[in-house]
Design a binder for this molecule. Structure first.
Ligand SMILES: O=C(O)CCC(=O)C(=O)O
Ligand SMILES: [Fe+2]
Length: 178
């Protein structure tokens, strides 16, 4: 999964013409593998409420039980129905939004359950260890700099505190928007 993440990152960096930053980016990436189990029956069917990921990137792999729903650009919710057992779903997180100076947007998703069997997923989440540098190529007159220097791990700690005290997500614009 780490190789898959690095392959996608390389493709994104190449497509934006900023591949010279790829090596330093990879060196500063931390990886965490998560195993999630959603029980076969939950009273309100909510496995995971609507959210966007606070990661740099997230890759999801699931067993045969669907449930992950993704909101697409017109607002419609689409159930992720993997075309094969070896499919992975790739999400951009908020740190990727900052890195891209708002070119890449994390999408909202949730997990709804209706199955009689447990849903298992494997998630690789990545974080940027240090301050994110927005490539110069992403900033010009039409695309002014949108964010102050952003330390991802500091943001995650602040976000945790904020969500406890405010019972809400700390919006990235409020945290480090310009
Ligand atoms: O387990 C899933 O299907 C999704 C998990 C997820 O959205 C997350 O960990 O942020
Ligand atoms: Fe998520």
């Amino acid at each position: 999964m780490m190789d898959l993440d690095q392959m996608v990152i390389r493709m994104v960096f190449e497509s934006y013409g900023v591949e010279k930053y790829y090596d330093s980016h990879i060196v500063s990436t931390d990886y965490m593998l998560r195993f999630n189990k959603y029980k076969e029956y939950i009273e309100d069917n909510i496995g995971l409420p609507i959210h966007t990921d606070k990661t740099l990137t997230t890759i999801i792999h699931q067993n045969h039980i669907n449930g992950l729903e993704v909101q697409i650009s017109d607002g419609e919710w689409v159930t992720y129905d993997p075309p094969s057992h070896s499919s992975f779903l790739y999400f951009a997180g908020v740190a990727f939004q900052v890195w891209s100076n708002n070119r890449i947007h994390p999408c909202s998703h949730r997990v709804s359950l209706s199955a009689k069997e447990a849903r298992h997923t494997l998630g690789l989440v990545t974080f940027h260890n240090g301050v994110i540098r927005i490539p110069n190529q992403f900033v010009d007159d039409q695309h002014p700099l949108k964010y102050k220097p952003f330390d991802h791990l500091v943001y995650l700690r602040q976000q945790m505190i904020y969500s406890r005290t405010h019972k809400a997500v700390y919006p990235i614009e409020a945290y480090c928007g310009l």
